[in-house]
Design a protein around this ligand. Structure first.
Ligand code: SF4
Length: 309
């Protein structure tokens, strides 16, 4: 028997919820506006609906995710689900379970958009900041990359030359190693959020001093309060020392759990250090980073990949 228009409407609702949840899990930060929906995704064929259903028959299903979410502009403020499926129609046509599922998806999508907006406000402040002596020598500020909805944050020290040039953190050799570590964890950039203690490059890549860190870390604290990661990885001594308010050595801190405001923190070697000692046959830094990342995966309830070959 052919499905009724009501059944088709409910299926459309389920499909929409699934698409939005998939986009969220894929790290999509921007919900497509109706104007951006591709013509190649037509609505399912629907028999002539009764008058009450014509309100929702016209919208096109939400498009699949698009390019990198990080570079996307802020989406229009209204979540797509609101404009596609007016609440009165949902209430009239869908059973309570379907309404609750759609409402949950809408809340999640709205929360992601809120985080994008909140981070944009902080980023705009960082761009105009001249609060410490690193401002005159920077090319540009370096805010963050990754997904504001990420469960896992990596916090490093500060931008280097490549980051100062591109405006993105961890894009030089150390960043490429970090990307390989993330890939070895079977994660992608869309599943993590990466930021630094200071947003401007210290000259000659020196360690930021106390005054610079004091001036800049309020930005990082606000970022973390918006992203709300479940786990933080502190890369190197500067990030570890700040987050844990500790002067302990990395050797004594890494490999075990600490806490920042109740969020588990795993200190590990900074990728720059791993690169510096890579030719030292006695160095165990690389293996220790992987040991630490396995603990992170376990803490997140994610599978730990088997060692290769
Ligand atoms: S390092 Fe931070 S506090 Fe200093 S000028 Fe840059 S953004 Fe401002």
């Amino acid at each position: 028997m052919d499905p009724s228009p009501r059944d088709e409407l409910l299926q459309l609702i389920r499909d929409l919820g699934g698409q939005l949840a998939w986009q969220r899990d894929a790290g999509l930060l921007e919900l497509p506006s109706q104007g951006a929906l591709p013509a190649a995704a037509p609505p399912p064929a629907v028999a002539p609906p009764p008058a009450a259903a014509t309100v929702v028959a016209a919208p096109t299903p939400v498009a699949p995710p698009m390019a990198s979410p990080v570079a996307s502009p802020v989406a229009p403020p209204a979540p797509a689900v609101i404009s596609v499926l007016p609440a009165p129609v949902l209430v009239a046509a869908a059973p309570p379970g379907a309404v609750a599922a759609i409402a949950e998806v809408a809340v999640t999508a709205g929360a992601v958009l809120d985080r994008v907006g909140a981070l944009r406000v902080i980023q705009d402040e960082v761009r105009g900041c001249r609060a410490c002596k690193l401002a005159p020598t920077r090319t540009q500020t370096v805010f963050a990359r990754g997904n504001p909805d990420a469960r896992l944050c990596f916090i490093g020290e500060g931008p280097g030359a490549d980051e100062d040039r591109t405006g993105l953190p961890f894009v030089g050799l150390a960043g490429q190693l970090l990307d390989r570590i993330i890939a070895a964890m079977r994660l992608t950039e869309e599943q993590v959020y990466i930021a630094n203690i200071v947003k401007c490059r210290p000259p000659n890549n020196r360690v930021p001093d106390h005054e610079e860190m004091s001036a800049c870390t309020p930005f990082l604290l606000r970022q973390l309060e918006v992203v709300k990661p479940e786990v933080i990885v502190a890369l190197g001594k500067t990030a570890t020392g700040f987050l844990l308010d500790s002067k302990g050595s990395m050797g004594s801190m890494r490999g075990r759990w600490h806490s920042w405001k109740g969020v588990p923190v795993m200190p590990t070697w900074h990728p720059s250090y791993v690169l510096r000692v890579r030719d030292d046959p006695k160095s165990t830094a690389r293996a220790e980073v992987w040991t630490d990342m396995k603990l992170v995966l376990e803490r997140l309830g994610l599978p730990v990949p088997a060692p290769r070959g």
